[in-house]
Write a protein that binds this ligand. Sequence first.
Ligand SMILES: [Zn+2]
Length: 60
Amino acid sequence: MKMKMHKCNLCNVYTLKDNCPDCGGSLNVIYPPKYSIDDKYGKYRRKLKEEAKEQAKRTN
Ligand SMILES: [Zn+2]
């Protein structure tokens, strides 16, 4: 059985239904963590951190 998790950004509600049970609006699909936007930005943040460290080394 394939389960697809949805989330309403307006109500901050998680559901398995296709529409929000509260407002009936469209929902965002929640993907597995490795495909999440957070992870993508986490990688980017780590890169920025590394670069900041390099810069600190040079200025000190
Ligand atoms: Zn809603």
